[in-house]
Design a protein around this ligand. Sequence first.
Ligand code: SAM
Length: 331
Amino acid sequence: MLEMIDPFGRRVTYLRVSVTDRCDFRCVYCMSEDMSFLPKAEVLSLEELDRLCSAFVAKGVRKLRLTGGEPLVRRNIMWLIRRLARHLDSGQLDELTLTTNGSQLARHAGELKDIGVRRLNVSLDTLDADKFAAVTRWGKLEKVLEGLEAAKRAGLEIKINMVAVRDVNEDEIDAMLDWCGGQGFDLTLIETMPLGDIGGDRSTQYLPLSLVRSRLAERWTLTEIDYTTGGPSRYVRVEETGRRLGFITPLSHNFCESCNRVRLTCTGTLYMCLGQDDDADLRTPVRTGDETALSAAIDAAIGRKPKGHDFVIDRRDEAPALMRHMSVTGG
Ligand code: SAM
C-alpha cells in the first residue's frame, strides 16, 4: 500500500479540502464584511477536485474533510461528495466528512447520510439569536438549529465547533456545554487564530482556552481521555453529560508533532501547514491531465512539509500572522 511520509516521519493520511472560498456568513473573526472572492476561472471544477482528491487517496489518504468557505453553498457539491464516496465503498477511505456552518444542512442532511457521511462538524459560536447575527453578520440561528435537527434525525453524529472569543461568547461556554450534552453532541472549543485581515484588532478577540478550561472545571467533572480523531483537538470526557469536550489551542499549545494533514484550496494550491506560507501548485498538473506530473508534485510537496507553525498574536503588531483567510485553507 502506498503512503506519504514527511521529512519528520509523520504519515500524511488526512486531506482537508476547501471546495469554495465563498460563504453565506461573514464571521467577524474569519472574514471582513467586504471580502472579494476568487474569479470562477481560477477555481477547480468539481471534476478536477475529484481527480485531485482521488490522487491523494491513491497515495494513502484515509480521511477526507470538505470545508470552505461554506462547502454546502458550492453548486452541485452533492455530486462531488457522491463521487468521493466510491473510495469509502472500495475501503480505501475510512472517512468522508464535512465542516459546515449548518445553514444549508436541513436540505442536505438526509442525502449526506445516505451517501456514507457519518459525522459532521458544525460551527456554532452562540445560542443567542442576536449575538449569532452579530458574530456571523449575515447568519440566522434558526436555520442552523433546523439543520442540526435534520442531521440528528438523519442519524449523523455531530460535533459543534465553537470559536471562543473574548467578551463575545465567553460567558456562554458553560451553557453551550450543557446544551450539547442535552442534544447528544460533542463540543470542541477553538482559540482564534491570526489568519487574514479582518479589518480589526485580533488581540482583543483572543481568549486562552487554559483559562476557559479551569473555569469549566469548577462546575463540570472533566476527565482526560485518550480519544483522538487524528486532529489537533485534546479531549476530555464531561462526566455529567457523557459527551466529549475538545480543545484546539494553536497559540497556547503546540499541536504540530502529531500533524497528519495537508490542506488543499479550491484553486488547487496545497498548503502543507495551516500556519506557514509555503505551498505547492497542483492546479497545473491536474488541468493538464498529466497523472505522473501530479503524483510527482504531490510527493515533492509532502517532502517539504514543515515541522510546525509559528502563530503569534502580538499586541504591538496588529498584522495577521498570515495574510490568507481561514476561508481559503478551510480551518
Ligand atoms: N463554513 C464552514 C464552517 O463554518 O464551519 C467551514 C469553514 S470555516 C473557515 C471552518 C472553521 O474555522 C469554523 O469553525 C470557523 O469558526 C473557524 N475559524 C474561522 N476563522 C478562524 C480564526 N481566525 N480562528 C479560529 N477559527 C476560525
